[in-house]
Design a protein around this ligand. Structure first.
Ligand code: PEP
Ligand code: MG
Length: 825
């Protein structure tokens, strides 16, 4: 049952009246009463009008359950007619009285009688002649004189507003904002406080904090001889509220009223437990408060306001945590396009890594690096990215790809680096020959031209729109500290490099839940050594090249462990298919042949030999670890030697080693035996003791089904929901973008399962795996480390099934901390 049957505005007004604020006489009509009006059952009009006295002058405003759902516009001055005009002329002067009548006829004609607005512009002069012109126009258009009876006027206004709410457009608009199909509309009928007349009369709007920053600040406008919200916008003659060098202020003009407005603001904040925007009118009888609405605010202000309310003891900390949308935090973490700017959209894609960045178009990773070397900002535009592009991605301000979805290479790396990224912009064409990109509307943008990528919305814009900087202030930290006290699930970060780890640490991640070690090989000169390893002949050769990679890996791990000192780092052994490290085009192969001093034909042959029909289901993960064990041996050694090195410096670290793409228990046994042997060798050589945990990444359906066996040898199971989704659906994570929107549009899938966790299907498999693993090993540590880990659905799922932690990209950590707290409260 709905408890609030009068709507938000009515409820707020009732509270203002209880607070004894000077609110004019107000009557609220319930959702049911308004619905009855829409279907032709009018209320008892004399009874409705009774509280307003003999000659009412009224306003009607909408009062929907949630103000964001909108509603028909307010109608003011109901009750103005020819008789009232004469009276009001005596009272407030001819011009003011005519002005009231004109405004009413205008809004009645346009909103109630639905006449052409162009015929009913407000005239420059509010006098008898202008009024007659408008009344005649009304009569011409409707074949009826303008209604004179206030009861008829009010009844028609109520009817038109009630019906407008039921119209298709209004319904669709509010449903798009989350309103239920049966959302009700209440109406508020209120005696007018005029705002026009003799003496100082006018209306205005006041707020008590800055809507962008959330800092305390009295803001607003006041306009003499005005009504409603006319003072807002660029109204000529409107003045500021507080003393201002630019001219007179309300504070000087009406000091008493100003002081009361400030007091009312403080009172509202405490009693309504919210920052409000207050609509007021000043007339001969004093100050009137017509309305108060929750102040519209930026994400940054939302955080600051919630924290300030809790710090002042007005709301509990739990409420402050609940009041901030987790997605608002991700806006604060990154630069954003200013909401005030015009967006010239070139193309839309999938929002893959949040934040916005501007730069000149570059079409290759090499150009991105060259551009960075010149100190220029650039946007890397590629069909899709591969490991070869990693340095270019580092150098670029943002990345845009035509292919791929939220778990594509570009998306995962973009999120890890905190680089804004839009993927799957399939309507864009790259013309490599002409070095340009072609938008779906035919516009061409040459390399070197400025564009802007908005990774929060998935839009790509022409030019350089204005930006808002990231805003990680004290309030942000405080809100997250409070969140930590309420949540009951751990949050770790997916971090591959020392830089990622530092970001994770800054965002108070409780450890690293997934270090994709192969990303370390894409850095600097390592790619070259990696390629040499791939081309090496036989085990000894391979070991010799891997010996050159060993110190690099050891240094990486040591840096990671030092940064994460006191926390746990889960290192995943090498996962991708080897061909990802090889060049894909002829020019790249030629370079490689040169570098390895091999004939081009040998290189081409080897690249061909490594190519697979279905690499994601091929020789990768643990399969590679078993077929070419030297790679995992080297990684294990690097991990243990790094542990010893940082341990000697007094750094405490807890290390987990994770095996990817497992599908059978024997795989774990084999790898575990080798890793344990290497640990023992390092212990013996260094005479140091250390411990580590070995666990399994559950990302094939079989691993989930056989989780009990696997848990025999695994102290933790981390569900890799990216691959598990791919394999459960039989849906390529790199290609699904091509038809995903058609599938979602036609309701085949409710949402992209790579984006929103499929609780029904993939979730069932995870729950089964978790239960089986736990049955065999009750203390097995459970987590999710796929891209779903930081999402609300993922976090709720993990809490429900008693998981220990979720792991997500570093920049997502704050969002996950807040989401986890909200889910627990
Ligand atoms: C996964 O598959 O969910 C995962 C985290 O691993 P990756 O994305 O590296 O395949
Ligand atoms: Mg995986």
């Amino acid at each position: 049952m709905k408890t609030n049957v009068f709507g938000g505005r009515a409820k707020c007004l009732q509270r203002l009246i209880r607070m004894e604020l000077p609110v004019p006489v107000t009557v609220a009509l319930s959702f049911e009463a308004v619905h009855d009006i829409a279907v032709g059952h009018m209320p008892d009009m004399p009874a409705l009008l009774a509280p307003f006295g003999a000659q009412p002058l009224l306003s009607v405003r909408p009062s929907s359950e949630d103000p964001d759902w909108g509603g028909p516009g307010a109608i003011l001055n109901i009750g103005m007619n020819n008789d009232r005009l004469t009276e009001m002329t005596d009272l407030i002067g001819a011009e003011a009285a005519h002005s009231l009548y004109l405004r009413f006829v205008q809004s009645y004609a346009v909103h109630v009688a639905r006449l052409d607005p162009d015929e009913f512009d407000l005239p420059a002069l509010a006098d008898a002649r202008s009024l007659q012109v408008m009344l005649d126009a009304y009569e011409m258009e409707t074949d009826e004189p303008f209604p004179q009876d206030p009861a008829v006027q009010l009844a028609e206004v109520l009817r038109s507003m009630a019906r407008a709410w039921d119209g298709t457009t209004a319904r669709l608009l509010r449903q798009a904002k989350g309103a239920p199909a049966d959302a009700g509309l209440g109406l508020v009928v209120q005696a007018m406080a005029l705002g026009v007349g003799q003496g100082e009369c006018g209306s205005g709007v006041i707020q008590y904090v800055d809507e962008q920053t959330g800092a305390p600040k009295i803001k607003g406008r006041y306009l003499g001889q005005s009504q409603g919200r006319e003072a807002l916008g660029n109204a000529a003659g409107a003045i500021y509220l507080t003393r201002d060098a630019r001219g007179q202020s309300l504070e000087e003009l009406c000091p008493e009223e100003f002081t009361r407005l400030v007091e009312y603001g403080a009172l509202c904040r405490v009693r309504l437990r919210e920052e409000m925007q207050v609509e007021f009118t000043i007339d001969d009888t004093g100050l009137h408060i017509l309305d108060a609405v929750r102040l519209q605010r930026s994400s940054r202000a939302a955080v600051r306001i919630a924290v300030a309310l809790a710090e002042d003891g007005i709301i509990p900390r739990e409420d402050a945590v609940m009041r901030v949308e987790p997605s608002a935090l991700s806006e604060l973490l990154h630069r954003q396009i200013s909401p005030l700017t015009r967006r010239d959209i070139i193309v839309r894609g999938i929002a893959a890594s949040p934040g916005a960045a501007r730069g000149r178009i570059v079409l290759t990773a090499a150009e991105a690096q060259a551009s960075a070397a010149r100190g220029e900002t650039c946007i890397l535009v590629r069909r899709e990215t591969t490991p070869e592009d990693i340095r270019g991605m580092h150098a670029a301000q943002a990345v845009l790809t035509m292919r791929g979805g939220v778990t594509s290479h570009a998306a995962v790396i973009g999120r890890g680096l905190g680089v804004p990224c839009v993927v799957g912009a399939s309507d864009l064409v790259i013309n490599r020959k002409r070095s340009q990109i072609i938008a779906p509307d035919g516009r061409r943008f040459a390399a070197g031209e400025m564009i802007t990528v908005d990774g929060t919305t998935g839009q790509v814009l022409a030019g350089e729109p204005a930006m808002l900087e990231a805003a990680l202030d004290g309030a942000f930290q405080t809100l997250l500290d409070w969140s930590d006290a309420f949540r009951d699930i751990g949050v770790r970060a997916n971090a591959d490099t020392p830089a990622d780890a530092q970001t994770a640490r800054n965002f108070a991640a409780e450890g690293i839940g997934l270090c994709r070690t192969e990303h370390m090989f894409f850095e600097d000169d390592r790619l070259g050594v990696m390629r040499e390893m791939i081309f090496s002949e036989g085990s000894d050769d391979r070991r010799a090249v891997l010996d050159r990679l060993l110190p690099m890996q050891r240094e990486d791990f040591a840096a990671l462990f030092s940064i994460m000192s006191g926390k746990t780092v889960c290192v995943r052994l090498f996962d991708p298919p080897l061909h990802e490290f090889l060049p894909s085009d002829r020019a790249g192969m030629r370079d490689l042949a040169e570098q390895l001093a091999l004939p081009l034909s040998v290189v081409v042959e080897r690249v061909d030999a490594l190519s697979e029909y279905n690499p994601m289901l091929g020789m990768r993960g643990v399969r590679l670890g078993i077929a070419i064990p030297e790679i995992y041996d080297m990684q294990a050694r690097a991990i243990f030697e790094a542990m010893v090195a940082v341990g000697r410096n007094g750094t405490e670290i807890s290390v987990e080693i994770m095996i990817p793409l497992v599908s059978a228990m024997r795989e774990v046994e084999l790898v575990k035996a080798r890793v344990d042997a290497i640990a023992n060798a390092v212990r013996a050589k260094t005479r140091m003791t250390f411990d580590y945990h070995l666990g399994v990444m559950v990302e094939t359906p079989r691993a989930a089904l056989r989780a009990a066996d696997i848990a025999e040898h695994a102290s933790f199971l981390s569900f890799g929901t990216n691959d598990l989704t791919q394999m459960t659906y039989g849906l390529s994570r790199d290609d699904a973008g091509r038809f995903m929107s058609a599938y979602v549009q036609q309701g085949v899938y409710p949402e992209d399962p790579f984006h929103t966790m499929d609780v029904e299907g993939v979730g069932e498999l995870i729950a089964m795996g978790a239960a089986r693993g736990r049955a065999r090993r009750p203390d097995v540590v459970l987590s999710i480390c796929g891209e779903h880990g930081g999402s609300r659905t993922g976090i709720e799922f993990c809490r429900k099934h008693g998981f220990d932690y979720v792991s997500c990209s570093p920049f997502r950590v704050p969002v996950a901390r807040l989401t986890a707290a909200q889910s627990a409260l």
